[in-house]
Design a protein around this ligand. Structure first.
Ligand code: AMP
Ligand code: MN
Ligand code: MN
Ligand code: MN
Length: 289
């Protein structure tokens, strides 16, 4: 296992726990380098950094930016940026500002199929009123017995073609990458196995992402199986991307993994975290990533 987690959520976006608690959970499992990556939001970073400093764990700034790429929704994680950078903050504020109106349209669509009161319901789960996410709708629909778990809610109601899904314009890919790199950070394509696209489209994406300044992709992710990690490890090498790892932790019981540790990268991948955690500072068994 690798004691690095570069993708986690707190209740500043659609995670359930305060940022401090997520940091402590990661540290308790042996994590040495941690990034909090809330959706389109940086307001939890100061709190997370403070907790990490008290615990003696390395911390870097993170964010997960929602992007529209043609008909696809992509997530671009930014790591190690200056969290006071004005262009980045303005960009993230613009992405957040669309979420309220989108949530109203989602609730209106769910009304049409006889599921009422979901906007108010979802709001009760959102500790940050600027980040109303499909995950908050899903928690409400599980709580009210409409579906048995989050996965079923998404399958039946919240993905494209289902009654509660609405189209929305997120950031453009070049904008997200520019905001991150302009603030001195590294762009990481999050959980690439999750995007429903054929191999050819994926290669077009990786080529464009690289041309626009994308430096890294997630190879090991809480959303990836072992075959996904092997596949994206090979693609990282072929395209010359650094490799990242993150649990994508949101809440205990909701996803596959607890925060803090990740399976090792496939052989020959170049870890993106070596710039913050140089290999000579790590035990030899994990220095290769
Ligand atoms: P949004 O940013 O509002 O579109 O919401 C996306 C979030 O919904 C993701 O970051 C996940 O937290 C959650 N999500 C997406 N798909 C699923 C799924 N199939 N099961 C559970 N949660 C999901
Ligand atoms: Mn999420
Ligand atoms: Mn994501
Ligand atoms: Mn995530």
């Amino acid at each position: 296992m690798t004691p690095v987690d570069l993708h986690c959520h707190s209740n500043h976006s659609d995670g359930l726990l305060p940022a401090r608690d997520v940091v402590r959970k990661a540290f308790d499992r042996g994590c040495q380098l941690f990034a909090l990556t809330d959706h389109d939001e940086t307001r939890g970073l100061a709190e997370a950094e403070d907790e990490a400093r008290q615990l003696g764990m390395k911390f870097i700034n993170g964010v997960e930016i929602s992007v529209s790429w043609g008909k696809h929704i992509l997530h671009i994680v930014g790591l190690g940026f200056d969290r006071h950078n004005e262009a980045l903050l303005a960009g993230l504020a613009s992405v957040r500002s669309g979420r309220g109106e989108r949530a109203e349209r989602m609730a209106a669509e769910l009304d049409k199929v006889g599921i009422h009161g979901t906007l108010e319901g979802a709001r009760q789960y959102a500790d940050n009123p600027e980040i109303l996410s499909r995950a908050h709708f899903a928690r409400h629909l599980v709580k009210t017995g409409v579906c048995k778990d989050m996965g079923s809610v998404f399958k039946r109601y919240l993905v494209r073609g289902k009654p509660g899904f609405v189209e929305h314009e997120w950031a453009r890919l070049h904008e997200a990458i520019e905001w991150i790199t302009g603030a001195g950070g590294v762009a990481v394509l999050a959980h690439p196995a999750r995007y429903e696209m054929g191999n050819e489209t994926l290669r077009v994406l990786l080529t464009e992402y690289k041309r626009l300044g994308g430096e890294a992709i997630e190879v090991v992710s809480g959303c990836h199986g072992i075959p996904d990690a092997a596949r994206f490890g090979r693609l990282a090498q072929e395209f010359g991307f650094l490799a990242s790892c993150g649990t994508d932790y949101h809440a205990t019981g909701e996803g596959a993994r607890e925060p803090g540790l990740n399976p090792d990268l496939p052989m020959d991948c170049q870890p993106v975290w070596h710039r913050w955690l140089p290999p000579e500072t790590m035990p030899s068994s994990i220095s290769a990533g």
